[in-house]
Design a protein around this ligand. Structure first.
Ligand code: BG6
Length: 377
């Protein structure tokens, strides 16, 4: 059984295990010299993968948030349209899927009934399926055409952390793998991304080394009963998971929302009583005009929220001097390509949820009413 030696709870230990989980999940599958990703358990031919028309990603809870980031990774790197679905909805919406399509099922336990049932539905409709799971030999993997294991080690705490970041790494690996097959990713770009993937564990350690800053932030806010988490584009799924983590372990009402959507309604709630956690990172190192544009839009949103008297807790990229002038508190993330930024951005939000719940004196590893794997539909 996993021990909580050195850490008071499984949750905080598993948050700190993320650098090793990422190393084990990434390193054995990449060759930087060749600029290639090797995935040995994808039993679908290159020809079939090359001809893929569409990809469906289906999952529950935190795993679906990983799938939401995978949508951006796969569309950008493999040029394939991607839909993301709640597993609990997928079966009931009579999904229009079939041959020539791939359905990816993400589930840490590999046993979530909504997700295994959805995979059976997809297979019946003729779709090929791939499972991303943390449990070897789990139902989802056994019944898939191919699988990619997150090598995160046993995840005991009900709230998913190290499996989540490993799931996003697997989705990125698959996006590079498919992008190479579809001849969308030139070798030099693949080598660049593989270098960045291999640097993620150390960047995660940098964030974890500043965990005391997040703990001090939790000390200021753990009595607050409402939060809104905001993120744009690939950062929106991280806002969603930051909110879900806080809900799961501290029972606080927290909502994840697309930053640009706040003006269509939620803005009416925003004043000093509703702290906003806003992701405003920016990839300045890769001439990514889209990332800069999204960042500038988020800064403009922050200026508006400040005028409303909002309290802003911001995530920014190391070296940023604009966001800290607008935010009440700023947590910095090491510079990273935007497509990989979710893997780093979630870490301080996991820490925040943990410290808030611990300061509320709650059983952070076994939140009330929740189970680790919902094996009944
Ligand atoms: C919920 C867990 O029950 O199931 C979440 O509380 C998890 O943490 C969700 O994300 C999905 O679980 P799995 O095993 O399918 O990834």
């Amino acid at each position: 059984m996993a021990e909580t030696r050195k850490f008071p709870h499984h949750l905080i230990r598993e948050i700190f295990e993320q650098p090793d989980a990422l190393r084990r999940t990434i390193a054995p599958r990449v060759s930087q010299a060749e600029g290639r990703v090797r995935l040995d358990q994808i039993h679908i031919s290159r020809e079939e993968l090359r001809a893929l028309r569409r990809i469906n990603i289906v999952a529950s809870g935190t795993s679906r948030h990983a799938g939401m980031t995978g949508q951006y990774m796969l569309q950008e790197l493999a040029g394939v349209p991607v839909d993301v679905d709640y597993a609990s909805e997928f079966k009931y919406r009579n999904p229009m899927i079939g041959r020539g399509e791939l359905s990816i099922f993400i589930t840490q336990s590999g046993e979530t009934a909504d997700t295994t049932a959805s995979q059976r539905e997809a297979r019946q409709k003729g779709s090929r399926t791939i499972a991303i799971s943390n449990v070897e030999g789990s139902t989802i993997a056994r019944e898939a055409d191919g699988f990619i294991y997150t090598d995160a080690g046993p995840e005991i705490s009900i709230a998913s952390t190290k499996a989540f970041t490993a799931q996003m790494a697997c989705l990125f690996l698959f996006a590079l793998y498919l992008g190479e097959i579809k001849e969308k990713v030139p070798k030099a770009l693949a080598q660049h991304y593989i270098r960045e993937l291999l640097a993620l564990p150390e960047k995660t350690e940098t964030i974890l080394a500043a965990s005391d800053k997040v703990e001090k932030l939790a000390e200021l806010y753990y009595r607050v009963d409402d939060f809104m988490f905001l993120g744009r584009a690939i950062h929106y799924p991280i806002a969603m998971d930051g909110a879900l983590k806080l809900k799961e372990v501290s029972y606080i009402h927290a909502e994840g929302y697309p930053t640009g959507e706040a003006k269509h309604g939620p803005n009416a709630m925003i004043d000093f009583r509703l702290p906003l956690v806003l992701i405003a990172t920016c990839d300045r190192n890769n001439n990514d005009a889209g990332s800069v544009a999204r960042y500038q839009q988020s800064v403009s949103n922050m200026e508006g929220f400040k005028k409303q008297g909002a309290t802003l807790i911001a995530l920014a990229t190391e070296g940023d001097t604009v966001v800290p002038q607008l935010a009440n508190h700023t947590i910095f993330i090491p510079a990273v390509p935007e497509l990989l930024s979710p893997i780093l951005e979630i870490v301080p939000l996991q820490l925040f949820a943990y410290y808030v719940a611990a300061k509320r004196g709650l059983d952070v590893d076994h939140p009330r009413n929740l189970v680790k794997a919902v094996t009944l539909e």
